[in-house]
Write a new protein. Sequence first.
Lengths: 148, 698
Amino acid sequence: MRKALFLSTLALLVSSFSLLRAQAPGETRSVWDGVYTEEQAKRGETAYSKECASCHGDMLTGGESAPPLTGGVFQANWNGLTLGDLFDRIRKTMPLSKPGRLTREQDTDVLAFLLSVNKFPAGKTELYRQSEMLKEIRFETKKPAAKN
Amino acid sequence: MCLRKERERSLPCLCLVAAFGLFSVAARAQYRAKDTEWPSYAADMGGTRYRPLDQINASNFNDLEIAWRIKTDNFGDRPEYKLEGTPLMVNGVLYATAGSRRAVIALDPETGELLWIHGEHEGKRGGAAPRQLSGRGLAYWSDGVEERIFYVTPGFRLICLDAKTGSRVPSFGENGMVDLKLDDDQTISAWNNNGEWVPDLETGEIGIQSAPVVAKDTVIIGAAFREGMTPKSMRNNKGYVRGFDVRTGKRLWIFHTLPKKGELGYDTWEKGSAEYTGNTGVWTQITVDEQLGLVYLPVESPTSDFYGGHRPGNNLFGETLVCVDLKTGERKWHFQLVHHPLWDMDISSAPILADLTVDGKPVKAVAQPSKQGFLYLFDRVSGKPIWPIPEKPVEVGNVPGEWYAPTQPIPSKPPAYSRNGVAIDDLIDFTPAMRERAKEIVSKYHLGPVFTPPTVSKLEGPLGTLTMGTASGGTNWPGGSYDPETHMAYIYACNSCIEPIGLVEAPKEVSDIRYIAGAAGQPVQIMHGPGENAGADSAKPPKKRPASQYVRLDVDGLPLIKPPYGTITAINLDRGQIVWQIAHGETPDVVRNSELLKGMNIPRTGQETYNVGTLVTKTLVIAGEAQVTTTADHPRGAMLRAYDKATGKEVGAVYLPGPQSGSPMTYMIHGKQYIVVAVSGGPYSGEYIAYTLPSAGE
C-alpha cells in the first residue's frame, strides 16, 4: 500500500515536472511574451465587471479607497515581481467582501484582463492557473530589447 | 445557524495578556503626557503632529536603522494591505490598531515585543460595515491611576480596554462596550429585500475608521458611511457626533450634523430634505481645545456627493467646520466651507490649533486644510475668519433638477497651496506635442476653476467636468502638521489628482436618486469602498466592451497634469504666506523611464497620491512616499524623507519596503528617539516599522 502510494506520488511529481517543462522551456518568461490569450482576457473582463469594477472602477482607475489596476502606480507596484505574486494577492484578498470566492480560473481570467488593459501582448496559450507556475512569469514594466 | 450564536458569544474572543510586570504602576498624580510621548492620534488634541525631539536630525537621518517591525497579517482572518494607523506611545507602552480584524495591540516601544492583543469577532455586523480594516488608531486616557484604551470596531461598537491588560473594562457601558448604533437620536436602518427602510442594527450603514478623541473626561465619536458617489438612495442614516462619559460610557451629548426640525440650519434643507438625507458625518479626526473647552468638528458631504437635486438649499452642516462645547455639545459657531456641496469636498482632516500673532496681536486660531487646497483660518473662539473669506460668484450648472449656490466662500489669504481647478496651463508640457495631445483629451470635458459644477455625461461631450481638488485632491485624511514654536504649518497635498465628475441618470433599480456619478456609454454601477457588504449589492449585468476602449486620462502613459504631482507646502500662519513648497516623492517609474522623455532633464516630480501624512520635529519635516519606485539607488520600495523645516531642503532619506500608508509618529524612551510608520500597499501587506539611530559605539 505504502509502495503504491509512493509510486503514484512519484508519477504525479514526474508528470507535474514534465508539464512544467513543457510549458516553460528554457529561460523564464515575462509579461511581454504573450502569456495569455485574447479569449481569456474577454472572459476576465466579464468577471472583472461583475466582481471588481464596483471598487476598482469601470476603467480600472481605482476608487476613493481601492488602488488603480492600470497605469504607472499599478505597474510600479508590481514591477520586478512575478504574476504569481499578483495572482496570490488577488486570490488571498479579493474580492474584499469574501476573499477566495472566485475560482482559480476566474482569478486567472481577471489577471489576463488586467494584462490586456495594461497593453501587454496576448499570445496563443492561456495563463497558468497555479500560483507556483505563474511565479515563472516576470512582471516587467519595461519592454525588453528584442532577442537575437 | 449555530455558528452565528457561537460567534456572538465569542465577544470578546481574543484577549491574550502577557504583562511581564511592566505595569507595576505606583499611585501617581494626574497623568500628563510628556512631549517625548505621542499620546493621541495627531500627537496632541490640536492636530499638530509635532514633537520637539531632535536626536534624529539632519546630520544623522541617513543612519537610521530598523529597531523593530511587526507584520499585521495575523491580526485578522486575512492580511491587510491598507494599514493606515498611527500608533500612540504613552507611559512606556506603544498601542496601535492592526490587521483586518482591527485588533488592538500593545507593544514594547523599544523592542516591538507583543504585550497583549485584543480583538472582537462581530460576525455579519462586522462584515456588513461600511468602513472595515484596521482603521486609523485609538485613544488613551488616564486619571493617574487607571489607564484606558478606546477604539471603535468596524461594526460601530465603542470598546473600552484596560491599558494594562487589554481586557474590557466591565464598568464602562455594557461590559466594556457601548453599541454606537443605539441611542443616536435616530433608528439605524437599512433597505430590506422588499425595498422598505427598516430598523437594522446588523447591516444598517454607519461606522467609523478614525481614532476616537478623549478630551478631559469625554470620549467623542463621529460617523462614517460608504463612499457617496453612487448611493442607492437619497435616504440614509445620519452622521451625528456624540460625547460619552469616559468612566461609564453614558452618552453626555449629541450634535445633530443634520439639524432636526426647529434647530438652526433646518431651513437650509428645502422641501423637508433634512428628514431623509443622511451621511453628513464626521469621519476624520476631531480636534479639541481642552483649555477653552471647545471641540472642532470637520463635517463631510451630505448624501450623494455629486448631485444635490434632492436636497435643495445650502445644506448646513454639510462641509462645515462646527465648533461645539466640550461639556454639552452645544453649537458655539460654524462656518460652511462649501454651500450646497456638489464636489465631495468633505472636510477631510483634523483642524489644527494655532496660537498666532497676527498684525502684532495674539490670536487663538484654528486652521483647516482641505481637499480644495485652501487653508481656512478662523479665530477659534469667535469663529471669525482671520483674513477675509468673501463670497464670490461661481458658475451655475444646468443639471436637471439641481439646486445651485450662486456664491462660494473663497479665502483671500493664504493663497491656495494646491491646484483646485483644471486649466490648459495645468496640462502636461514636457513637449509641445504632449500638450496638444492633452488638450485633445480634455476637450471632451468641461473645465474650470474651483467650484466648477458637474455636468451630465454625454457621449458627444462633455463627458463630465474635469476637476482637481475634489474627491481625492489636496489634503485628505492624513491632514497637515504644525510647529507651535515657529507658527509654520506643513501640509502635504496631491497637486494632480484629477477627478472627472460626470452624471448619468440612475435606473430605478440602481438608485432612487435622479443622477449618480458615471460616464455616458458605460454601465451604471454602484461604487464600493473597502470592506463593504459587496455581496448585498448586485452589480448590473456588464455590457461587453473591447479592452482597447479602456482609456486613461493620460498622455502615452504619462500623467495628464504637469508636475509637481504631490507637494509639501510650508505656510507661515502669522502672515498667511507660503514660505516654501517642494515636490514630495521620487519621480514615478513611468515618467523616469519613459522613452519619450529620454535625454530630458526633469526635476523630481513628486507623486500623484493623496494619502501622505507629515511629522514635524524640532528641525525636520518627515514624510514617506505613498508610491513605490525602483531606481538606481534603491530596489522596489519607497523612501521616508526628511526635510529641513526652515528651507524644505531634503537632508536625508531611509528605505521603506513598501509605501507609507499611515502617518509617521515619533517618541523618545530611555534616551533614544524612534520613528514609527505604517507601511502597506500593492504586494506589501501591513507592517509597522520602527526606526532609530544605531547605539553609541556601533
